[in-house]
Design a protein around this ligand. Structure first.
Ligand code: FE2
Length: 389
């Protein structure tokens, strides 16, 4: 760690005259001048989330901060990384050379008894050499899903949510210095790029305020059928929600900001609706509200990115009054499902891909198109879709 910090300091000195630099998750020497949309200096907050101080230092990892003035042409994304297993895919991701990587949730597994406390799981993640290597090379953005939120399929009633949030903000420390103090959850956004090439990345929190799931009374976990299990049914309660009113209001304001391309990260799938796992479709009114908000802002340049499913897929839906909306799902980085049959959904452009994968968004600013690609560990394209924006 000492050598690493020396290296950190040297590189920091070399880069200090540019807009790029490394930060450190302990926050002790973080120079947060490019961590927010406005690229302004962020003062040390009066108070900050506390975690076990003896472990806090172990969350510390050199990382490259985001330069919001740099145009993006290649963005990586992924989800579902089990810190107890090797994660060789990071080497492949580095070879693909994305400028930025988005962690879309289940970034560590901290929901089972044997994976507590949550902070220890991030410390384990930091010991994965290939991951650490990429963290030093490119900036990361992150939101969470149920497993880094500390409870399998967890929602608003998760008793560990405060602890999960404290650790999350200490680990993804660019947030610790920029997130409004009064805000709950971990939703945030960044706008990156120069005039006419602005990419807005909106990272939703689909956990903090989510209403309880409606369990299918006929579902029996022991039943081993050929058919996918019907675990959850739509929650038709008119007050059932995916996002809090505050988050909806924030999202409304975000969509009002000028951007040429919007990537909206939702840890759970928005479009696919045939399966019975977690999805926006479990909250039909919220799903409709999401589309209505896109319509209100005429957000024809919005693409959804999602994870969670232990499969990769590209889904599309022709939304009346808006046009085609795509949802690119990449999962998992190293924890594939035991399922061997690809999932078919009427919204999928092709059957799902089940092996470890990551996603790439390659932007062509001249043609105003992007290519969404699902890549396997051997850097082979498994799924691909061109999307106009
Ligand atoms: Fe998940």
């Amino acid at each position: 760690m000492i050598d690493l910090m020396k290296k950190h300091t040297l590189i920091l000195s070399a880069l200090i005259s540019t807009t790029l630099f490394f930060g450190c998750a302990s926050g002790q020497s973080l120079l947060a001048n490019v961590t927010g949309n406005t690229s302004t200096t962020v003062a040390k907050p009066k108070s900050r989330p506390m975690v076990d101080s003896s472990k806090e230092a172990q969350l510390n990892i050199p990382y490259r901060s985001l330069d919001t003035n740099k145009d993006l042409t290649l963005i990586g994304m992924g989800s579902c990384a089990d810190q107890n297993q090797p994660e060789p895919i990071w080497k492949t991701i580095k070879e693909a050379n994305p400028q930025l990587f988005i962690m879309m949730g289940d970034n560590v597994y901290a929901s089972q008894k044997e994976n507590k406390p949550i902070i220890d799981q991030y410390i384990k993640m930091n010991q994965i050499t290939e991951y650490k290597d990429l963290r030093e090379s490119i900036p990361f953005l992150a939101t969470w899903d149920d497993h880094d939120y500390g409870q399998n399929d967890g929602g608003a009633d998760n008793p560990e949510k405060d602890e999960a949030r404290r650790v999350f903000l200490n680990y993804w420390s660019y947030l610790k210095f920029t997130m409004p103090k009064e805000q709950n959850g971990v939703y945030h956004s960044r706008i990156i790029g120069t005039k006419n090439r602005k990419v807005q990345i909106i990272l939703l929190d689909t956990r903090w305020d989510r209403s309880p799931l409606t369990k299918n009374p006929d579902y029996n976990a022991e039943t081993n059928t050929e058919q996918p299990p019907k675990i959850y049914l739509p929650n038709e309660d008119k007050n059932a929600r995916m996002l809090s009113e505050d988050q909806w209001k924030w999202l409304d304001q975000e969509l009002a900001k000028p951007a040429n391309l919007r990537l909206i990260v939702s840890s759970v799938q928005l479009i696919a609706n045939d399966h019975y796992y977690e999805k926006w479709g479990n909250y039909p009114k919220e799903r409709e509200r999401f589309f209505n908000l896109l319509k209100k802002h005429k957000a024809k340049n919005a693409v959804i990115l999602s994870g969670d499913r232990h499969l990769a897929a590209i889904a599309k839906e022709d939304v009346k009054g808006l046009g085609l909306v795509y949802d690119v799902t990449s999962s998992s980085l190293n924890k594939p499902s035991r399922t061997v049959v690809a999932e078919i959904d009427k919204s999928y452009t092709a059957p799902s891909f089940l092996k470890p994968n990551f996603g790439l968004i390659a932007i062509d600013w001249t043609k105003k198109t992007l290519s969404a690609q699902i890549m396997d560990e051997d850097k082979k394209v498994q799924l691909e879709q061109e999307i106009k924006f």
